[in-house]
Each structure stands twice: as structure tokens, then as C-alpha cells.
Design a protein around this ligand. Sequence first.
Ligand SMILES: Cc1cc2nc3c(=O)[nH]c(=O)nc-3n(C[C@H](O)[C@H](O)[C@H](O)COP(=O)(O)O)c2cc1C
Length: 378
Amino acid sequence: FISEGIPLIIHLRCILVTVYRVMVKENLRVLLLLCIFELKLSFSPATQVEDTVNLVKRIEKTGIAAIAVHGRKKEERPQHPVHCDVIKAISEAVSIPVIANGGSHDFIKEYTDIETFQKATAASSVMIARAAMWNPSIFRKEGPFPLKEVMQDYIKYAVRYDNHYTNTKYCLCQMLREQLETAQGKKLHAAQSTQEICEAFEMSEFYEETTAVFEAKKTSLETKQQDEDDQMEDPDVIKMAVRFDKREYPPQITPKMYLLEWCRKEKHPQPVYETVQRPLDRLFCSVVTVADQKYRSALWDKSKKLAEQAAAIVCLRTLGVPEGKLCEGENHLINKRKREDQECLNNRDHGKDLAEPSHKKANFAEESSDMNVPKLQR
Ligand SMILES: Cc1cc2nc3c(=O)[nH]c(=O)nc-3n(C[C@H](O)[C@H](O)[C@H](O)COP(=O)(O)O)c2cc1C
């Protein structure tokens, strides 16, 4: 539970954990279902513990696998003492595992305290939230690392993994806690970037060095990218900087359809699309071959589909053929479709043919998946 970061639960709020086994294609998989619900019940003070225990017993009977209990009453706040006796009473009354929670403030200062809390509650395990935020090395058996060291290590991870500064700041504030009023705490509070956080912890040198390495890496990748783009520079390919924008076309009408229609009319073989994907930004570029001439857009697209449409546009524009845009006015493909739909309806009325209109058959099918697109070699 701790490692998965599943939220813990307050006294009289219960997590029900049920394990189901399901067979999926001969592999036995285990699904862990968490049913979380809040029980906002008011027991009379005299029978509170008894009522709580009875409630948990009833919940146990529903078949749950475990229960987490936060030893506080509904009206109590996190800084109030945890009621180990109530958790203990529950632990002793049920046979499913009880996970004790709520001990960060009073109990858990180091690893051995986790065991103390477990013993005090007779629980089978312990869930920890705040103590782990205050010093994540709480789980170190030999004792926690000094906070200063932990914070510095944390900042290093945050810089290396480009963590958002607001999140870094929040986590560091949790660690600093009482020291937030110190000069360092105030600097942290005022920080508006990772760089400023590093300054507050006298780690500017680390920040500069690490970001310089990243910048160099970025430049080198961009240069590599340029080289790869240059490799794609084939003087025989006709290029234009165009993108396909669906909004500029009537529904279900695309440049690829127009190009296919044109090829059929001109008795050319149907267009052949070859698409590649750039590993760096995962963008796609498609080259379409029509009548032995290759065409491509100079711009890279987010999907294979878009890249193919863009290549078709380049081809159609070069040939001076309409591409089906709304602004082109009369759309012969739409008219053709309407005629086909009408024919189909007429046939249906006469009970002749229950087939779909021709454009819904393979004619205009645009099978285009991003899967199996070759990646550019580095
Ligand atoms: C940052 C943070 C987020 C939490 N989010 C939830 C939550 O989403 N749902 C919930 O039931 N409890 C939540 N809690 C409460 C804890 O799960 C836990 O019950 C409480 O902190 C008591 O445990 P502790 O003494 O180990 O901190 C959160 C606590 C913290 C510190």
C-alpha cells in the first residue's frame, strides 16, 4: 500500500480491499479492487468503540480482504492523538488483516517506531503518510538520513527529472516544516522556479551544471534530427509546407480520396504512401508516389493519417487538381456519393440490392494506423 501511494483512510472511513482472480486468455491475473467508502456514522460516546468494532465485524462478513483503520474520530484533526486502543480493539475482534494508520504525528520518527505503532495497535501492518513526506528515509532500517541530505538528494532528482517547481516546492516545504520561518524557508517559499529553489539550498552550481548538460544533449539531438531530415532531402521529391486540417473539408471527404479518384480517372496506378516516424519527437512524414513522381509535405505530423493526407494535398496542388476543400465550392465527390446513396435507396425500395453504397465499401477505405510505421534509423 505504501509504495503504491493508495490513499489511507480515517477512523470510521473504511477501505475495503477485495482480491478477485480472473482468467484472462489462460493467464491467471490478479485484480486488486479497492472499494472505498466513507461511513459518516455518529455513535454515542459510551458505545463508540463497541459500535465501531461491531461495524467492522459486519464489514468483514461481506468478504473483504483487509481493512485500514485511521485511529481518529470524525471530528478529530490530524494533529490530535491517534486512538491506538480503538485500532487494537478492532484488530483483536476480526480475523482479516488490519492496517493501522494515523501514527505519523505521535509515533513515527524512525523505522523502529513503525513496529512500535504496529504493536500498540495489534495490527498486521501499518500505513504511513505524513511521516514519509516529512522524511522519506523513514523506511531506512538503520535510521533516517539527516534531513538536509535528504532534501539535497530530492532536489537533485527534481532537477534531473525536470520536476515541476511547484511540486518540488510543496514537497520541500513538507520536509522543512518547523524551519519554514528560517531564512532558507522564506527563500523556498518565495521561489518561483527550480533555479530559485536551488539557490535557496545553495545548489546553484549543481543546477547550472546539470542544465548545461541537458542543453548540450538537446542541441546534439536537434543537430542529429536536422541530419536525419537532411537525409530525407531527396531532390526528386516535390515538397510543400502543408498540413491537413479536417475543418477545411466536408465531413468524410479527404484529399486522399480526391487523389485516388483522380488516379482512377487518369488511369494511373493508385497512389502509394510510404510513411516514416522520427524517433526523437515521434512525428510522421509520408511520401506519396503518383505516376512515378514523389510528393511530401515539408512539415511533420502527429499521426500517420495526417501525414498521408498532407502528402496527398502536396500532390493534388502540384497537379492543379481540386482537393475537396469546402472553399472550392461544388464538390463532385459529395455529389457522387449522394447519387450512389440515392441509387442504393432506390435499389432497396425495389428489393434489388441490400448492399451498402459503394463509397462505404473498400473504395474509399482509408486504413491508416500508426502501428508498423518504420522508424528512421539513427
Ligand atoms: C498529502 C496527503 C494526501 C492525502 N490524501 C488522502 C486522500 O486522498 N484520501 C484519504 O482518505 N486520506 C488522505 N490523506 C490522509 C492519509 O491517508 C492518512 O490517513 C493520514 O495522513 C493519517 O496518516 P499519517 O498519520 O501516517 O499521516 C492524505 C494525507 C496526506 C498527508
